[in-house]
Every structure is written in C-alpha cells, then in structure tokens.
Design a protein around this ligand. Sequence first.
Ligand code: HEC
Ligand code: HEC
Length: 243
Amino acid sequence: MNLRWLNLSLVAIVAGLCSGGCHVAPGRPEAVVTRPDQVTDFRVLYKQNCAACHGEDGRYGDAISLDNPAYLAIAGTANIQKVTADGVPGTLMPAFAKSQGGMLTDQQVAVLAQGVVTAWGRSSALGGHTAPPYASSTVGDPAAGEKAYTTFCASCHGADGTGVVQGKLHTGSIVDPSYLALISNQGLRSLILAGQPHEGMPDWRFDLQGPAARSLTDQEITDIVAWLASHRVTTPGEFYPHS
Ligand code: HEC
Ligand code: HEC
C-alpha cells in the first residue's frame, strides 16, 4: 500500500469514527501545557515535589513539618534552599537540583525555598528569643546528652527513649536503630530546635514552666543528638550484627 492509500484509508477511518458526531470546534485554542521546568508557582511545585513526604500544606507528613514558623526562622532561606537542592544523603530527602541529578531548575529550587518561608513563616516566630544556631559547631558528649534527655525529654519519650503511650500522649521510639538509620543528625537537631507543633512536640524554648523551667542550650541539643546517635548500629534492621 503506498502512502497515498494509507492516508486516504486513515481519513476514512477517522471519518467513520466521527460519524456519530465529533466536534472539532474551529479556532478552539489548544490546551496550554506548561513544560515541567517552566512551572514557577510555589503551590504547584510544592504539591508536585514535596507534599508526599512533608505533608499537604507542610504538615502531618512523615518528614519534618515545613509549615512550622520556628523551623523556618531558625533554618532560614539559605539552608532550606541548599537542602532542597542537594538533598540529605543517607535519608529519604532527595536532591532536587538538576546539577545534583534532580528534576528542578535552580530557579524552581529558589521559588520553593522562598515559598515555604513566605507562605508559612512569621517574623514573630521566635518571640524575641535567640535560638541556638541551626547547625552545631561543637562535638556532642553522649553521657551529658543522656542527662539532658532525662531532664527534658523522658517525660514524653520514656526513660530510655523507646516511647510512651499514656492517655493522649503517644510517642514512638527515637532510639530504635531502624528509625535512626533514616534520619541525619541535623534532622534530629532540627526537630529538637523547632519541635513538631501539630503533634505536641515543643521547640527548644520548651515549656518554660516545665520541670527544667528553662530553654535547651546549644550544647545540650548537641549532646542529646550525640546520645541519640550513639544508638545507631552499622546493620540496622538486623537483630544480630554480622560477625
Ligand atoms: C511534651 C511532650 C514532649 C517532649 C517534652 C518532647 N517531645 Fe519529642 N515528640 C513528642 C511528640 C508527641 C512527638 C510526635 C510523636 C512521635 O513522633 O513519636 C515527638 C516527636 C519527636 C521526634 C520525632 C520522631 C519521629 O517519628 O520523627 C524526635 C526525634 C523527638 N520528639 C525528640 C525529642 C527530644 C530529644 C526531646 C527532648 C529535648 C523531646 N522530643 C521532648 C512529644 C514530646
Ligand atoms: C521522599 C520523601 C521526601 C520528599 C519528596 C521531600 N523531602 Fe524534604 N526531607 C525528607 C526527609 C526524610 C528529611 C529529613 C532528612 C534528615 O534526616 O536530615 C527531609 C528534610 C528536608 C529539609 C531539611 C530539614 C532540616 O533538618 O533542616 C528541607 C528544608 C526539606 N526536606 C525540604 C523539602 C522540599 C522543599 C521538598 C520538595 C521540593 C522536599 N523536601 C521533598 C523527605 C522528603
């Protein structure tokens, strides 16, 4: 069959299919399809790339809430942009920048970092307090961390960190090697600094009326992270280490 015949039979088929009444309105505009790397709307980018893990509207996801004004104030746009571009190796947080093997342009990464801060940040987030720095610059002492843990955390996470089920308070283990295998030390620090307000986890200021009646210091947070991290094992998920 030569090409002309093929064309003619295609026309016939299409005509046949449309005999029941296809409407191809003349002059109807084609659907406007935005190329994925041209999307610059924060809400669209967030929904497509982040909501699955950080939650619809930045909360109630499996990963840290991004709608937490204290987190946004402590981390700041530059750190958020860097993590979004580069990801966190060894965790589920992917690298999004094309230069790092991701799918987003530098401009889209910048829109996301600026977007979370604009959408969910608040200038009054720290209530006049000076937060410890986002990243630690000192080495933690696990033994000191265990003491600080007992003072600040044990009431909600259990004496040994394996969790509490008490009335409305339900916490999972934060010393389980399988949990610790999926979170970085900065990830733990960020949670302690900024809390998880929708789940009842206080930020570093703590409940100032509580047992310690003061905020956590930079060093205490570093020490608690070192204590938690000391529960990591090289073969998470296996009951017995390889000999
Ligand atoms: C007033 C109760 C309370 C106190 C005090 C508290 N937490 Fe929490 N914390 C929670 C709740 C509730 C959650 C959310 C439930 C969960 O994830 O287990 C949580 C979550 C966490 C998580 C995240 C767990 C996850 O699944 O991602 C970490 C890590 C954590 N807390 C560490 C600490 C540390 C360290 C301290 C002490 C500095 C502390 N918490 C103090 C209530 C508390
Ligand atoms: C597949 C799940 C997943 C997706 C998708 C994801 N994240 Fe994450 N994200 C994580 C996890 C897990 C962490 C905690 C990493 C760690 O332990 O430090 C994290 C951490 C972060 C942090 C750093 C928190 C801190 O400790 O300061 C930022 C910022 C962040 N994500 C932003 C984003 C943005 C923006 C997007 C969308 C472009 C996104 N994430 C998509 C899982 C995800």
